[in-house]
Design a protein around this ligand. Structure first.
Ligand code: NIG
Ligand code: FE
Length: 410
């Protein structure tokens, strides 16, 4: 059966063919159609056009009531599979401890790892499923989810199996990333290379054996993993077909961007610390710089210098980083608002960053991220708004009326 969307005030991000990432001044450009309609067939975008549409007798018709239609969000960086929550730690932060100090005291990622090890796979699935429903309601159609709260082979595999099950049992398009090197477990405190060896020799082969991940991540930053350790882990992952997508330069000029690019990373993420050298390295690469402004907001850290990056001709993706420690929200409308308010991005730059460039950062730009015939019909229908810029501007107010994922109204 066909689904016909009529009465669309503006259809945004239209392209006749799938297109690669958008960079630099092109990020200000979005192709759109006024007074439009769109037809969905078998979960895919079939066609769209201008003016009146005359539906077939069996078509299901959705009246968009002069709202806009855009691609669903492609959130390319989350940790939304986790056990428990860490609001108590946030109180320590309010009292003056930093993220790194909390981590050093055994809080932070290690706290989530302890909670996760006591949680069964079935319970972890039950805890994580509502988060996927929540992000679907808030407009996300495709999402990347990382492991990294296991920190031993059994629990890393447990997380990745849960991610696989979420992919099978929800409408979301999900890409899984193995992040064994997220933090150093307590028992390896005086033997960090011992843990790196465990990741390389035991975890990576086990993850690959069960085909549980497409990507491999390392938290390459001050107090976490070094450039050298990161390089070794990425190299080992690549031998098993895992493509790098790493955490870098959140806490310092860590060298993470350079090591990520050197290993052909699909994306390098966070990037609060970016200087001339980092810009030059990114400029000569195919790596997608991915910015997570929710973490800067929640932790009170500086924001990534996105204006400088785009003005230097780079592409940028924005993602939520949904996780219990540094950004406990998967709300991409809020991320869009942070884009205009804190990162000084223009509304269309933000739109490209949360759709097409997010899709590129997950390697799914051929099927997601623009409104193109043949692509997956994962779309947002907005409430009527005077211009697209109203959506990020009206921060805290959801402008989403309906969400369609894989051609199904949610
Ligand atoms: O992306 N920076 C490293 N990892 C996560 C935080 C994880 C946590 O605190 O639980 C992040 O911010
Ligand atoms: Fe993260």
């Amino acid at each position: 059966m066909r689904l016909v969307l009529k009465n669309i005030a503006r259809l945004l991000m239209i392209e006749d063919e799938p297109k690669a990432k958008v960079a630099g001044s092109d990020m200000q450009r979005v192709n759109s159609l006024e007074d439009a309609w769109l037809v969905i067939e078998d979960g895919k975008i079939a066609c769209f056009g201008e003016g009146e549409v005359i539906p077939f007798r069996d078509d299901e018709v959705v009246d968009c009531k002069r709202g806009m239609v855009m691609p669903a969000f492609c959130d390319s960086h989350t940790h939304l599979v986790y056990a428990g929550s860490r609001e108590k730690e946030y109180e320590d932060k309010i009292r003056g401890l930093s993220y790194e100090e909390i981590a050093k005291r055994g809080g932070g990622i290690l706290n989530s790892a302890a909670l996760l090890s006591e949680t069964s796979e079935a319970q972890l699935f039950e805890h994580s499923l509502p988060r996927t429903h929540e992000i679907i309601r808030s407009g996300t159609g495709a999402v990347e989810i990382k492991s990294g709260y296991g920190l031993n082979t059994r629990d890393e595999l447990k997380m990745l199996r849960v991610i696989k099950r979420l992919d099978e049992e929800t409408q979301l398009t999900i890409k899984a990333t193995f992040l064994g090197a997220h933090a150093l477990p307590r028992e390896f405190k005086s033997n960090p290379d011992g843990y790196v060896n465990l990741v390389i020799n035991e975890m990576i082969p086990a993850v690959a054996e069960e085909e549980l991940a497409a990507y491999i991540d390392v938290f390459c930053d001050r107090g976490f993993f070094t450039v050298d350790q990161t390089g070794r882990i990425l190299e080992a992952g690549k031998k098993f077909g895992l493509v790098p997508k790493i955490h870098a330069n959140e806490l310092d000029y860590s060298g993470g961007i350079q090591v990520g690019v050197r290993h052909g990373a699909l994306s390098v993420d966070h990037l609060e610390f970016v200087g001339e050298d980092e810009l030059a390295v990114l400029k000569n690469s195919n790596t997608m710089p991915t910015i997570l402004p929710g973490a800067s907001l929640f932790l009170g850290l500086s924001y990534a210098p996105v204006r400088t990056m785009i003005d230097a001709g780079l592409p940028v993706a924005l993602a939520s980083d949904y996780n219990p420690g540094s950004s406990p929200s998967g709300n991409m409308e809020l991320i869009m608002s942070l884009g205009i308010m804190q990162l000084k991005m223009l509304p269309f730059e933000v739109l490209n960053a949360v759709t097409l460039n997010g899709a590129c950062a997950m390697g799914i730009e051929k099927t997601h991220g623009t409104i193109t015939p043949g692509k997956v019909a994962s779309l947002i229908i907005t409430r009527p708004m005077p211009s697209f810029g109203f959506m990020p501007y009206a921060y805290g107010t959801s402008l989403i009326d309906k969400v369609i994922i894989n051609g199904k109204i949610q």
